[in-house]
Design a protein around this ligand. Structure first.
Ligand code: RP5
Length: 179
């Protein structure tokens, strides 16, 4: 583990099951990747296997429904969905799977991501999407780790160590300010 609480290696859930992804990381366009890659990096730090795909609510609606409906059978436990503008992907995926869905509002060049945020966050009762901040893909990755960690003591231990690393980092920065 690094000072920042980063981990390398497979999560216990994936040991002996190479390439079995527990998190589905999807986005409406490849243009979302510069934002969404932070989620993949967070999952990598904790050794959580994930699959990455481009699935658009508007351009590939059939693929989107197939993806959501087959997610459980393919072994996914959590889905992270990022989209910008009229960002309907997270909500539509949540409507077609029982898995927890984390929505990432991707900021585009107009409206500063407020359109993405409002498109994702205001879901009708009965169909929840856990929405992170505009551009908050890293937190989406970390939230997915926490959801998995609820049933995985080793991942939970890793998250606890990561949090201790954050605390240590703040203390070091504070000490540097005073030096
Ligand atoms: C959304 O439209 C995507 O999630 C992306 O944020 C936005 C623009 O897509 P591109 O025109 O760059 O492919 O569906």
């Amino acid at each position: 583990m690094t000072a920042r609480g980063e981990f390398v290696g497979p999560a216990p859930a994936n040991e002996g099951k190479a390439n079995v992804s527990t998190v589905g990381l999807i986005m409406g366009s490849d243009s979302d990747w510069p934002t969404m890659r932070a989620a993949a990096e967070a999952l990598d730090e904790f050794g959580v296997a994930h699959e990455v795909g481009v699935v658009s609510a508007h351009r590939t609606p059939v693929k989107m429904i197939d993806y959501a409906r087959s997610a459980v059978d393919r072994g996914l436990k959590v889905i992270i969905a990022g989209a910008g503008g009229a960002a309907h992907l997270p909500g539509m995926v949540a409507s077609a799977t029982p898995l927890p869905v984390i929505g990432v509002p991707v900021p585009l060049k107009h409206l500063d991501g407020m359109d993405s945020l409002l498109s994702i966050v205001q879901m009708p009762a009965g169909v929840p999407v856990a929405t992170v901040s505009i551009g908050g893909a890293r937190n989406a990755g970390l939230l997915a780790v926490r959801i998995l960690a609820a049933a995985d003591p080793v991942l939970r231990e890793r998250m606890t160590a990561y949090q201790a690393g954050l605390e240590q980092l703040v203390a070091e920065k504070e000490a540097a300010l005073r030096a």
